[in-house]
Design a protein around this ligand. Structure first.
Ligand code: NAD
Length: 375
């Protein structure tokens, strides 16, 4: 029986609709040429939703997101909305999706396309062929832990300024185990190696993290190679020899920093996809939100200059992680690789040697042509 793939597309603001337009063409290509039965709905998020409904995500859209097999999001935000109250800012729409879908595992691949190795801040020979995946815990840890706040430090006369700021790093064993399982599952589909990063040398929550990841490994994934590393050493190793890693699993705070550092190993913001996964639903697919790492880029919005590759590669992640279409994902990534190898570039990928950049749609044309050539 043919499987149906229910996708909710939320293009959002700024360049979001422009880059998502190219993803829709790619989806149509897979429907027409590979018979993949995508059922696509579109809706509003961020500033676009605020303009229509007075809030950045309506309850109806939230319900559609909960019912979808996967959500694809472009980007939210823009200067027009900077004056809004915090509670209705475009970003709140995205945060609501992540929270209510309980997307606890944030996947941030750092993959270096050979043709762009010169864009990295590291030497090409260190990053060429790089393909790592950072799994960041996204719904707990120090960004959410209680108590938190800024208080008067009344009983401490030696405290110049008289205030204290507090955040709490807190993890339950269950929160650690579920994200560890995600990392081990992902590793099995890749290089079968997980490196877990924490600060067990100075933090009790780090000791618990290490013990629980080890427990999940020993009891459920003994076939996957597991190592542990202090997160500060991890940061050094990422810039010294990033190819030693396959999957890295780490907490919310360290993951925030390490994933941004790893992303820059690969060059432009216009190239970086991401996924956020939650619990497995009754149909066997995880709750899932796919989105490029970049924002709405108001400085280039509406000009046809945006690079659609980050959004297209986010869709490739959806093919792989939500729909188990690994071959289709490989083919799409290979098409992107070939287009870049031919020297086709959007403006953000132009090197000092110059040349004529293609438009957003021009990049879409090239990727579709390569898909067809490889089909
Ligand atoms: P940004 O990612 O939008 O842009 C940073 C720089 O990168 C800009 O110069 C932009 O032109 C360039 N850039 C980004 N994506 C590109 C692409 N696909 N192709 C070519 N160039 C690209 O970050 P910012 O300028 O800090 O934020 C702009 C708005 O986006 C703000 O309102 C911010 O709150 C929002 N934002 C949203 C998200 C999200 O939706 N997930 C993430 C970050 C920022």
């Amino acid at each position: 029986m043919t499987q149906t793939y229910n996708l909710l597309i939320l293009p959002g603001d700024g360049i979001g609709p422009e880059v998502m337009g190219q993803v829709v063409r790619v989806i149509d290509w897979f429907r027409d040429n590979r018979g993949l039965d995508f059922r696509v709905e579109q809706d509003l998020v961020g500033g676009a939703a605020y303009d229509a409904h007075g809030k950045p995500l309506s309850d109806e859209t939230m319900a559609r997101a909960q019912a979808a097999d996967a959500v694809l999001l472009g980007a939210v935000g823009g200067p027009k909305y900077d004056v809004l109250d915090f509670s209705v800012k475009p970003e709140r729409g995205l945060l609501r999706l992540r929270k209510e879908m309980d997307l606890f595992a944030n996947l941030r691949p750092a993959q270096c396309f050979d043709a762009l190795a010169d864009f990295s801040s590291l030497k090409p020979e260190i990053v060429a062929g790089l393909d790592i995946l950072i799994v960041r815990e996204l719904t707990s840890g120090v960004y959410f832990g209680e108590p938190r706040g800024i208080h008067a430090d009344d009983n401490n006369p030696e405290n110049e300024g008289g205030r204290v700021g507090i955040n709490t790093q807190r993890y339950t064993s269950g929160e650690i185990r579920r994200v560890a399982r995600s990392a081990f599952e992902l590793a099995r589909r890749r290089g079968n190696k997980v490196c877990s990063m924490e600060k067990a040398n100075v933090m009790e929550s780090g000791i618990l993290w290490r013990e629980e990841v080890q427990w999940v490994h020993d009891n459920e994934y003994p076939d996957v190679e597991l190592s542990h590393m202090y997160a500060d050493n991890g940061a050094m190793q990422l810039v010294r020899n990033p190819r030693q890693f396959d999957v890295i699993v780490t907490d919310n705070l360290f993951g925030d920093i390490l994933s941004d550092a790893a992303a820059m190993l690969t060059g432009s913001l216009g190239m970086l996809p991401s996924a956020s996964l939650g619990a497995v639903m009754a149909n066997g697919r995880p709750k899932a939100l796919y989105e490029p790492v970049h924002g709405s880029a108001p400085d280039i919005a509406g000009q046809g200059k945006a690079n659609p590759i980050a959004c297209i590669l986010s869709f490739a992640m959806a093919l792989r992680y939500s729909f188990d279409q690994g071959q289709a994902a490989d083919d799409l990534e290979a098409a992107v690789q070939r287009v870049l190898a031919k020297g086709v570039r959007t403006a953000d990928l132009m090197g000092p040697e110059g040349g004529t950049p293609v438009s957003t749609a021009g990049m879409g044309d090239e990727i579709l042509a390569e898909l067809s050539a490889g089909a």
